[in-house]
Structures are given as structure tokens and as C-alpha cells.
Design a protein around this ligand. Sequence first.
Ligand code: ADP
Length: 382
Amino acid sequence: MNNCSTIQPQANVSSCELEQMKSKIRMFQQAEELAGIGSWEYMPATDELTWSDGMYTMLNVPKCQRFDLEACTANFVASDQQGDFLQKIKENAKNGDKEFTFHYELEIDGDFKWFELKGKPTKNKKGEIVSILGTLQDRTEALYNSKELKRLKAAIAQVKQKNRQLEEFTYIASHDLQEPINIIQNMAGNILKMMESPDMRTQKSIQYLLGASEHMKRQVRSLMDYAKIGKDSKLTTIDCQQIVNDVLSKLQQETKTANANISIVQLPIIKGYPKEISLLFQNLISNALKFRKPNKIPQIKISAKTSKKYHTFQVTDNGIGIEEKYFKKIFKIFQRLNSEKKESTGIGLAHCRKIVELHQGKIWLESELGKGSTFFFTIKKM
Ligand code: ADP
């Protein structure tokens, strides 16, 4: 990307013409400042992006910085709108013939701004598009002047704050619960050791107590993990094929015990939160292994399709299946249909739902009792 406000003297430009050009640039800069806009030009053939001084000022970027279209989008368009933005610019660079507008929100130094970007393809004599010329305007104030939006903004801020408080509460409560569970476990173990020859009933009761507190410990730990989802994570490019291979290495023991056949069909590269995406696949694959049918070799298939806005993944198994009446219930925290499984906490699918929602997607399933299940989830292209 070039900064278009500097002019290099050319051999065939007279000093008078140069002065005129400089004065026009000064005028252009003052006009931009007065109108509160920035100007830009995109050349599709070279992927070059040129910004006026107004753009640098508005976006609070040092004038020495350069970006191509992709980098500019990644840095200056809200992540959930990046796909639409790139598509709009690229479509117009190919076939556009009239002015277009794009509105988007962006956080700059902790403040949310509402921008209006306008662009228009320019053509050469042959009618071919050579560039897109455009402007960017900060419309935050105009938007926030509307009363209804002010009210909405306050309501959203309140919901966000409540959500943060709730997550903090979940984290602290589950963290503090760990200690009393450890005491119960230690004490129960000690009692058992201290009794010289406990009768069967006492032994069984204490074993039951130990088992229950171990289960509670797992639940508390997974509740803490639930509260942590999306915290301290950075949006990056993820190779899902690689992520699933890593997950399968982690689940090697379980796969071997189940003697499972697992096939992966071409998974895409996406933008997302790597730790969370890995946990998502891990939960779905380990469920497919865990809820296999006895005496049947588990067949698990992981595949994906990519459309204009979403990547849609599916994890299919030939396991025990789920009745339709439980399709919603199983995504709620601590809901288990097969409570006899010791390692079950009933929070895995709630984790999955939170992770998918973090990626602005949805999760659902198709299943038939006794025949197997397919879990689908979407990840928004960013
Ligand atoms: P967990 O696996 O720890 O029990 P989940 O939240 O992952 O918790 O799953 C909730 C319940 O949904 C499970 O207890 C199980 O009854 C059911 N379930 C999940 N995945 C499958 C599957 N692939 N096949 C059959 N049942 C499943």
C-alpha cells in the first residue's frame, strides 16, 4: 500500500506543474479533513492499496505502514465482517460498474467506531476495471445520535458485563470447590486406612463416597474449562486436517481399545481459535468412540463442506444413537443419557456448543437410536 500524499519530481514535469500539483494535494488534504473522510485506491492487477493521509489519521496508523488488501482487511475490518468485505471488494474489482457502500464496526483503542466505506470501479478506455476508488468515513456519531441505538448499546454493554460476571463467578466457584472435594477424598481414604478390618458395608460405602467425589472433581474441573473457553485465545489460521490428526494421536489409546476405523475426508483451512477447535473435535470424536455399539467395529467419518459464508463439518458414527427427544437436552451442561459411563461428565457437548458459538456457528445432530449419529457444526468464514 502506498501513501499517495507525497509526490516525487519527474524529469518531464515542469516546476510550475509541480507547484500546481502540490497545491492540489494540499487542497485535497484540507478537504478530507473538513469532510472527516479518508480516500483509498485499490489496483486489482497488482493487489496494491493506496491510502490518503486521512485514512491513516482516521484509523490511527503510522503513515509508514503498508498493507495489501488481505492484511488491511485483517487489521481494519471486524472479524465477523471480513469475509463479506473481501468478497464485496473482489466482486466489484471484477464485475462492478457502480458505486457500492459497506458499513462495518471496528474497535480502535478500546472505542467502537462505525464506518461507512464507499467505492466505485474506474475503467480504462476499453471498459476494463483498472482500480477501485473509494472513501472511508467515521459515522459513529451520526449513528449514536439516534436514541434507540443509544439504548441498544447500553443494553448490550449490560448483557456483556453480566456475562463476564457470570463467567467469573463460575470460574471462582468451581475453583474454590476443588479444595473441599480434596478434603473429602483424603478423609475418606484415611478413614478406610485407619479402620483395621472394616466390614463389607463400610468398605462399599467409603468406596462409593470416593467414587462420587472423584466424579464431582471431574465435573468441577470441566466447569472451570467451560468458563475459560475463548479466554486468552487468538484468532489464527488453522489447518483442520492437522488439528484432527493431533487429536487422533491424543486419543490413540481409546481408538486402539475400541478397534475403531476412522476416516478423514479433506478438511479445510479455517480462521478460528486453535485450542478451542481442537477441543471441539476431541469431544465429538471421543464421544463417537465412547458411545459405540458393543460387538460392532466403530466406523467414524470426519468430513467438511465449504460454502460462501460457512465451513460445515460433520462427525458421523455407527454407535448407539440418540432418540430425537434428547437432541436439545444433550447440549445442556451436565446432561447425560448414559450415566453408567464412569468417564462421562455430561459437559462435553456444552463445551462444543460454546466453542461453535464463539465462531458464530451452530451445532446440531441427526441420529437414530441403535443406528448411529452425525454431529454437524458450522464455523463462520472470517
Ligand atoms: P459426556 O460425553 O461427558 O457424557 P456430553 O455432553 O459429551 O457428555 O454428551 C452428553 C450425552 O449425549 C452423553 O452422555 C451421551 O448420552 C450422549 N451422546 C453424546 N455423543 C454421542 C454419540 N456420538 N452417540 C450417542 N450418544 C451420544
